[in-house]
Design a protein around this ligand. Structure first.
Ligand SMILES: NC(=O)c1ccc[n+]([C@@H]2O[C@H](COP(=O)([O-])OP(=O)(O)OC[C@H]3O[C@@H](n4cnc5c(N)ncnc54)[C@H](O)[C@@H]3O)[C@@H](O)[C@H]2O)c1
Length: 376
């Protein structure tokens, strides 16, 4: 567990078990793990569980029987069912992965925890801080694992960025600028902020190690009234640090790029690049003061080498899957636990309020305090 102590602002705790992986897990496979929701994303979970063999039984569930049939064809041995209740009532199932539409996350995760099982909920954890807080409490009371599906926090480039920033290589972070755009996939029940910006918010909170004080967000809908398909967020942190996030379902190009500008160096992370996803530029501005002319400065620009760190590439979902199984096995706290899910939802909530109020700067409330204090 590492903690970024920082006076006067909300600090994000990043739960850690050494390198995040728990090797003691290889002893016993879990009796059973279920994946609920076999649409676009759920089958990736089934594939990883099937390949990793961390559970004796893998159960895949979807209301749509055709999706169940497809999974049976792809992964022989994986059991399927159409009723969520069958998963809840199955005594062998120790953990459930919820990959249904976002509006179903909270009610389904709640029922999983109430049935005495652990749960991994796809991003975002819930649709409001109140819902997320309730899940945190339920998991605690029942002594079960609650994990938020913040996939990118398990990816090699994001872990490397976290390492680089924590080591002070970039110096003091001035700003982050992130763009995540593509043509589609429109979600039915949430806007582009809840769908795509969730990824960037989870990445930014992880690498910054603290919460923003306020959020402003502008957006527009072009196809479905009231459901924004393009948006621009600004996360305002203490000490003049700002993070911009541009998300769109309506862009001719697939772009997933994050730039981090520090006082010493600058880093660019391009997740669409096949290789060399991270470049660290020894570029910056040096400020010299004219001592004979008080108050005047001279800027000189530094154009140094570009460094490309080697990354141990692995599918983030595989690492996430292993980690969920480890946490159930060892009754340990996930790196992306319920509080981590609540933090992201708190920022999304503030962004949505801002969006509906013409981009007003909305303070990010500290819902975490309640979630943590009530435990005592
Ligand atoms: N981590 C990532 O990188 C990533 C990527 C894409 C999607 N997601 C997340 O995955 C989730 C699913 O997204 P998607 O694009 O696959 O959605 P989708 O609409 O394609 O699939 C959802 C599936 O859930 C099923 N479903 C709904 N209610 C159900 C119920 N009560 N019982 C059983 N099945 C039910 C639907 O029949 C459908 O097949 C969302 O939370 C999304 O945010 C995460």
């Amino acid at each position: 567990m590492s903690e970024f102590a920082d006076a006067g602002e909300t600090v994000v705790r990043v739960a850690r078990n050494g390198d995040g992986a728990d090797r003691s897990s290889q002893t016993r496979p879990l009796r059973g793990v279920a994946v609920v929701g076999l649409g676009y994303w759920g089958p990736n979970w089934v594939r990883n569980l099937y390949q990793l063999r961390r559970a004796e039984r893998v159960v895949a569930c979807d209301l749509d029987r055709e999706r169940c049939e497809r999974i049976r064809g792809l992964f022989p041995g994986v059991e399927t069912c159409a009723r969520f209740e069958d998963v809840l009532e199955d005594p062998d199932i120790e953990g459930v992965i919820i990959a249904t539409p976002v509006s179903r996350h909270y009610p389904m995760a709640r029922r999983v925890l109430e049935s005495g099982k652990s749960v991994l909920v796809e991003k975002p954890l819930a649709m409001s801080p109140a819902e997320a807080t309730e899940l945190v409490h339920l998991a605690r009371e029942g002594g079960r694992v609650l994990m938020a599906g913040h996939t990118f926090e398990y990816s090699a480039p994001v872990l490397k960025i976290h390492e680089v920033i924590s080591a002070g290589e970039l110096g003091e972070v001035f700003y982050v600028s992130s763009i995540r755009a593509n043509l589609g996939l429109f979600q039915h029940d949430v806007n582009v902020v809840w769908d795509l910006a969730t990824h960037d918010i989870s990445i930014i909170l992880m690498i910054m190690g603290r919460m923003p004080r306020a959020v402003s967000c502008h957006g527009q809908s072009h196809y479905r009234g009231g459901v924004e398909d393009v948006a621009l967020l600004a996360l305002h942190f203490a000490r003049n640090v700002i993070a911009f996030i541009h998300v769109s379902w309506l862009d001719p190009n697939k772009i997933r790029r994050t730039t981090i500008v520090g006082s010493r160096k600058m880093l660019v992370y391009d997740d669409t690049a096949l290789q060399e996803k991270i470049r660290i530029y020894d570029k910056g501005v040096d400020v010299h003061r004219y001592y004979d002319n008080f108050g005047e400065f001279q800027f000189s620009y530094r154009y140094g080498d570009i460094q490309i760190p080697r990354l141990e590439e692995a599918e983030p979902l595989k690492a996430e899957c292993e980690h969920f199984a480890d946490c159930i096995h060892n009754a340990s706290t996930p790196r992306t636990d319920g509080l981590s899910g609540l933090r992201v939802v708190s920022v999304l909530h503030a962004a949505n309020l801002s969006l509906k109020q013409g981009g007003r700067k909305v303070p990010v409330e500290n819902f975490l305090a309640g979630a943590i204090d009530e435990r005592r």
